[in-house]
Unconditional design. Structure first.
Length: 296
């Protein structure tokens, strides 16, 4: 055997200590560090301001225009917006769930990797060395955390503002009856949780696009655009039962949570559709990024 030959399973001579002492791949790019970096960014502060100001905008609108009145003869959630703080918080979610809440999810998840590439700092993070999977997990966890925080901030501010303006009282159900304030608050927690799960498909789409492009606006805009396309397709009644496979078809299934007897069927189906799409897109993001030639 040659003097330079190595035994199977052993590294070549001189490379036994190629890894720095104390290096642990799982400890690179800690969540705390990534969270602080993202929280300090201007777009995070702007989105927090938008979510916090929306209830005040609605409050001013109702003060100027007066209490909403149904013109179709059918009472809706908007018609009961000024009945109590709980009704006002539910209305804030109703007017924002279809589009406004898509924006922070797409922004936080679509900007996270693409922004590093646009700053030419992505390759330096990987050279730190931060394992690619670790980098994606850290950025995805923080992005989803910020998205959830935005969704929680809106109804919390709405509940506080609505309670101060219209009083802390039972939630008036549009279909008739009322729900105690304490129970209504619990149901709103369920609503927010469902909205977050239903937005996972947007988060996954934005995150996947973020690993494919160096342009943050491309990833964010692509996710928002495809979400709008989904809403348009859901409005095409000629598609029939095919609409059941569209995440947009179930985006307001949370309305079943603010009924006297909560129904879980629609929310379970909507969650299943959203999670299925999200898992596929997340898997594509990790698989593609693991093989990507990062040059920026």
């Amino acid at each position: 055997m040659s003097a330079t030959a190595t035994q199977p399973g052993k590294p070549p001579p001189g490379t036994e200590h190629a890894t720095a002492p104390g290096y642990r791949p799982g400890r690179t790019l800690p969540l705390r560090v990534e969270a602080v970096r993202q929280l300090k960014r201007r777009r995070t502060l702007v989105m927090a301001g938008v979510m916090g100001l929306l209830p005040f905008v609605l409050l001013i609108a109702f003060a100027v225009a007066g209490s909403p009145e149904s013109r179709s003869g059918r009472v809706t959630l908007m018609d009961t917006a000024t009945a109590s703080g709980a009704n006002f918080a539910a209305t804030c979610l109703f007017v924002s769930a279809g589009f406004l809440l898509v924006i922070p999810v797409a922004l936080f998840c679509g900007d996270t990797v693409a922004s590093e590439a646009s700053w030419s700092s992505l390759r330096y993070l990987l050279a730190a060395p931060v394992p690619r999977a670790r980098l994606l997990w850290s950025k995805l966890a923080v992005a989803l955390g910020l998205s959830a925080a935005a969704m929680v901030l809106l109804p919390v501010v709405g509940l506080v503002v609505g309670s101060l303006a219209y009083g802390w009282g039972p939630l008036q159900i549009p279909t008739g009856g009322a729900m105690p304030a304490g129970t209504a608050a619990q149901r709103l927690v369920v609503v927010v949780a469902y909205i977050f799960v239903s937005q996972l498909v947007t988060a996954a789409l934005a995150f996947w696009l973020s690993t494919k492009t160096d342009a943050p606006l491309g990833a964010v805009g692509g996710a928002v655009g495809l979400t709008i396309v989904g809403n348009v397709l859901d409005a095409v009644t000629a598609l029939g039962s095919w609409r059941d496979f569209l995440p947009a078809h179930w985006q307001f299934a949370w309305a079943d949570a603010i009924q006297p007897r909560m129904e879980w069927g629609g929310m379970i189906q909507g969650s299943a559709v959203s999670v299925t799409y999200a898992l596929v897109l997340f898997a594509l993001a990790f698989r593609g990024f693991a093989r990507k030639d990062v040059v920026s």
